[in-house]
Design a protein around this ligand. Structure first.
Ligand code: TYM
Length: 335
C-alpha cells in the first residue's frame, strides 16, 4: 500500500478502573466498533493512568484484564483492531516525559478533570494526577492518530494533545499528526440516572445511578424505572427537562431514532411507559454482552494471544515515532 492509500489512524482508550458503564459504552466504545473499515485502529487499556488513584494490586490486575475482555465482549474485534495494554509499551511513559518538557504548568492547571479529581481525592493530589494529560497526549501522538473517538468529558484533554503536538512540530518540523476529538451523534455525555445534572460514572455511590455493561436485563430495567425524571408529564427534548433529555439521548443512541420520532412515539404516553421502553431498548442493545464476557473469561488463552500479538504491534508502531522524537530532540544514538 502506498503512503497515500494508507488508512488514517484512530486512537482511544479507557482507564482500567471498575466496570464499564453505559456512558463509556455509548460515549466511546460503541463508536469504536465500526471504525476499522475506515481507519487503522489502536485502543488501549490505560492502566498507567489508573495509578493516579491508589489501587489494590491483585484486584487491579483482574480489573485491567476484565476491561480488555469487556471491550471484546461488547464487539470490539481484537483481530481487526490493535487492542493492547498501555503499560506493556514502554514508549508511552518515555514520550510522556519528553512531552512534559513541552507542556506548561498553567495549561495543566486549567484542566477541569484535574480540578475535579483533586477535590475528589484531596488526600492524594499527586503529580501524576497533574501530568495525566501529558501521558494521554503521548498515547495519542505515538500512533500518529488523526481521530480520537471519546465522550465529551475528554475533549479538553484531546485539545491539549493538539496544542502539544503543534508546539513540538513548530520547533522540530512535522513529527506528530495533529489529532482531532470525534464524538458520536448522541450520548456524548450520558448523565447519572439518579441525578441528571451529574455525569454517569463508575464511582457513583448510588447503586441506581449507573448502568453497567454487564448488568442483567432485570437490573437494567429496574434502574431505568427508578430514573429521576422532571416535573410535567410530556416526553419532549428540552433543557428544562434534563432527566427526560438524558433518557432521550440514551434511547436515540441505542435505537437510532431521532428526537422528533421519539416525541411522536411517546406522545400521549407518560414517563413510566417511556422509562420502561428505554430500559428494554438498552437491555436489548446489551443482550449477549454478559454471555460473551463469561465465555471469553473461560477462554483466556485466546485473549492472551490477542494481547501478546497486539502489544507487539503497538510496540513497533509507537517505537517508530519515539525514535524520530529522540533524534529530533538531540538525544544520543542508542548503540
Ligand atoms: P475514562 O476511562 O474516564 O472514560 C473512557 C471513555 O468513556 C467516555 N465516558 C463517557 N462518555 C459519555 N458519557 C459519560 N458519562 C462518560 N463517562 C466516560 C470518556 O469520554 C472516554 O472516551 N483519560 C481517558 C482515558 C485515556 C485516553 C487516552 C482516551 C487515556 N489515554 C488516549 C483517549 C486517548 C479517561 O479517563 O477515560
Amino acid at each position: 500500500m502506498s503512503e497515500e492509500e494508507k488508512k488514517k489512524i484512530s486512537y482511544s482508550g479507557m482507564q482500567a478502573t471498575g466496570m464499564l458503564h453505559l456512558g463509556n459504552y455509548l460515549g466511546a466504545l460503541k463508536n469504536w466498533i465500526p471504525m476499522h473499515d475506515e481507519y487503522e485502529c489502536f485502543y488501549g487499556v490505560m492502566d498507567l493512568h489508573s495509578l493516579t488513584v491508589r489501587q489494590d494490586p491483585p484486584q487491579f490486575r483482574k480489573t485491567a484484564k476484565s476491561l480488555y475482555v469487556q471491550y471484546v465482549a461488547a464487539g470490539l474485534d481484537p483481530e481487526k483492531n490493535c487492542v493492547y495494554f498501555q503499560s506493556h509499551v514502554d514508549a508511552h511513559p518515555y514520550l510522556s516525559w519528553i512531552l512534559s518538557c513541552f507542556t506548561y504548568m498553567g495549561e495543566l492547571s486549567r484542566m477541569t478533570q484535574y480540578k475535579a479529581k483533586s477535590e475528589q481525592h484531596a488526600d492524594n493530589v499527586n503529580a501524576g494526577l497533574f501530568t495525566y494529560p501529558v501521558l494521554m497526549a503521548a498515547d495519542i501522538l505515538l500512533y500518529q492518530a488523526t481521530v480520537v473517538p471519546v465522550g465529551n468529558d475528554q475533549k479538553q484533554h484531546v485539545e491539549i494533545a493538539r496544542d502539544i503536538a503543534q508546539r513540538f512540530n513548530s520547533i522540530y518540523g512535522d513529527v506528530f499528526t495533529v489529532p482531532e476529538p470525534v464524538f458520536g451523534k448522541n450520548a456524548r455525555r450520558v448523565m447519572s440516572l439518579a441525578d441528571p445534572e451529574k455525569k454517569m460514572s463508575k464511582s457513583d455511590e448510588n447503586q441506581n445511578a449507573t448502568v453497567f455493561l454487564l448488568d442483567d436485563r432485570d437490573t437494567i430495567i429496574r434502574k431505568f424505572k427508578r430514573a429521576k425524571t422532571d416535573s410535567g408529564s410530556e416526553i419532549i427534548y428540552s433543557s428544562e427537562k434534563p432527566g427526560i433529555m438524558n433518557l432521550m439521548d440514551i434511547y436515540a443512541s441505542v435505537t437510532g431514532k431521532s428526537n422528533e420520532e421519539i416525541e411522536k412515539e411517546f406522545s400521549g404516553k407518560g414517563y413510566g411507559d417511556f422509562k420502561m421502553a428505554v430500559g428494554e431498548a438498552v437491555s436489548d442493545a446489551l443482550s449477549g454482552v454478559k454471555n460473551r464476557y463469561d465465555d471469553l473469561m473461560k477462554n483466556m488463552d485466546y485473549i492472551e494471544r490477542c494481547i501478546k500479538e497486539n502489544n507487539e504491534k503497538a510496540r513497533y508502531v509507537s517505537g517508530r515515532t519515539l525514535s524520530k522524537v529522540r533524534r529530533k530532540v538531540g538525544l544520543t544514538d542508542i548503540l
